[in-house]
Write a protein that binds this ligand. Sequence first.
Ligand SMILES: [Zn+2]
Length: 329
Amino acid sequence: MPHATPPADLLINGLTIRPGERVLTRLVISKLPSGTVIDVPVHVFRSTEPGPTVLLMAGMHGDEVNGIETIRRLIRRDQLRPLCGTIIAIPILNIYGFLNFSREVPDGKDVNRSFPGHPRGSLASRVAHRFMREVMPLVDYGIDFHTGGAARSNYSQVRCQLGIPENDALAAAFAAPFTLHSALRPGSLREAAWKQQKSIIVYETGESLRLEEAGIERALEGTFRVLKHLGMLAEAPAAARPTIVCMRHTWLRARFAGLFRSHVQNGQYLEKGQTYGSVADPYGEMAVRLESPVAGYVIGLNHMPVVNQGDALLHIGVPEVRPETPAAG
Ligand SMILES: [Zn+2]
């Protein structure tokens, strides 16, 4: 995908931003019942040289703080100075969720299932629409930062539709410990981007409402590598190792309700038949060992000890190549 050479002036939210300028603008979304205006701060960093426009966005799910912290650091440390092109950084898209420590907006709808949105739709739909109208037309590439939901922690991973050269290249450049092939979901940002031939990858690390320092560091380094790959940064830390690609991944779910204890670490390799934990009733009557039906890497782990039947316990990524020396990721 050839990136659009940005026009000399970039128009966003009614503002004209010239090459070389850095601007903070605020997209007004709506008002709270109290009358408080909810707006989304959008940082724009432009080089004097033409080049691609890259979106760095977090907080689509308001309780997923690792991404918010990642973008905050990039801004605070003044590390978004592109050699060419433009970086658009949005630390929190879903301000409502952030205020409420919640994934969704107050009516319970998920912004990431509400794209492309509508100006008179539900609140989530309005957030999506405002983004699609003001920001998406400018974007060539993007990284959307997430975490696991509820008490499920994701080991650092990039998710995207693989087999598309731009996505493959971005995921390889980011070089997270794992890269998952992930089909496009209806109403998601990735789907909306793809319909406009723009390449947005998702980075996931940790769980909601918990900061995970190692995952944030991997997020920062991966972002620098993507920006270097696009010619927008001169230097980036080398990846510790190439990413492990998993075309297939599957959740292991609880067959019994009770207290769940895991015997594995996030990121580790699990053999088929290996015990990964147990579920016990809380009264000392029974306990069941859990064995993995597949071999693969633990890429997501439930930290909630009280589980119902059907709850997701472990996310397993099946690597394309069986590792010679299975090791923690
Ligand atoms: Zn999310």
